[in-house]
Design a protein around this ligand. Sequence first.
Ligand SMILES: *Cc1c(COP(=O)(O)O)cnc(C)c1O
Length: 429
Amino acid sequence: MSNFHIETLAVHAGQNPHGDPTTNARAVPVYRTTAYNFRDSKHGADLFGLRELGNIYARLMNPTNDVLAQRLAALEGGAAAQTLASGTAAIYFTVTNIARAGDEIVSADNLYGGTFSQFDAILPNAGIKARFTPVNDFAAVEAAINEKTRLIFVEAVGNPALDVADLEGYAAVAKKHHLPLVVDATFTPPPLLRAIDHGADLVIHSLSKWIGGHGAGIGGVVVDAGKFDWTDPKFALYNEPDAGYHGLRFAHDLPDPLKPVAFSLRLLTVGIRNQGPTLAPDAAWIFLQGVESLPLRIARHSENALAVAKYLERHDKVAWVKYPSLTHPELAAKYLPNGAGGMVVFGVKGGSKEARAFADALNGEIFSLLANVGDAKSLVIHPASTTHSQLSDDDLRKGGVLPELIRLSIGLEHIDDIVSELDRAFAAI
Ligand SMILES: *Cc1c(COP(=O)(O)O)cnc(C)c1O
């Protein structure tokens, strides 16, 4: 289907156009099963021996999840994709599918709080060290790379400071050092951005946000561009016989047509099969409903958020405002020509106390005070006292999480109603 536009792929890609093969159901059914029948013991043996392809056990294969994975791969212009139980799992199992004990990764420092903690505090337990560099500081990235580095990680639009990553700059450094570029594009799903077109090798989304779009489930995906050459011996997990998959060398022993997606196959057969971060098919079904309207919704999110940012820029109780296309117009024009997403952050004049009072005043009929983004409903949070409260003051400043910062995830409500609620909350402080 690759000749069709993103809007068309969002509705059709990955599904048999004649419906479900056994029932002709037009919608993708939820396959709620743990295992799949073998016709006889020879069939079972052939499936296990990979002499025949087919379903065995739902920890690693489910037709509902498969449609979702293929659809998201099509939207991102990738060669394959794996769905996982959360965006967090997608990040962890991507890193550990490339780096092993003794290896390092280089990451931008303006990360989603949970990802920062994972890299900073949890990867070291697996023997993997993360080196953090300021976003778009390519001299710092170069300086952080050494012979142990195995990947570069960046958020396309950083959470919560809303910096826009210069993906082509990152891709150039990654290429020079023959490292895969891993992009968390959660804040900018297609058609806002297709990171692979700008040099990403792996694109990660938390499906829990705009792709699901209704605050109704947790999931993640990793899309594999299928372009990275894993035969470089420094990628030991791809070049040494893999004890996690009967001695297969993933960069060498796969049949030629599968070699480009060695990352994705290893993630499925080693990470997902034997470590178990499987997406539930019910959640996959929810995300399929979300994907169908994603292009329409994300356009409205972007339009509403831009209007809110402009309103805030004019407000006398606002110290500063960040919105990607207003704060970084050149990078946004290059990478986000179709809209800059649904997030707006701003500083309330005064500081932490005033910001918290504002969040409490806004929490009402339209805005909900909670730790999520990407819902159809508008959301508000004060990150310094909640999502990012486990970080040190120094790490907070590095991540751009200032005490007066309020983070808004702008929903699909009418813009006049959103603005009148903001007016009401400002009047109350
Ligand atoms: C929410 C989020 C994650 C984590 O995803 P979960 O599905 O909540 O595990 C990772 N990165 C970004 C940018 C996010 O917003």
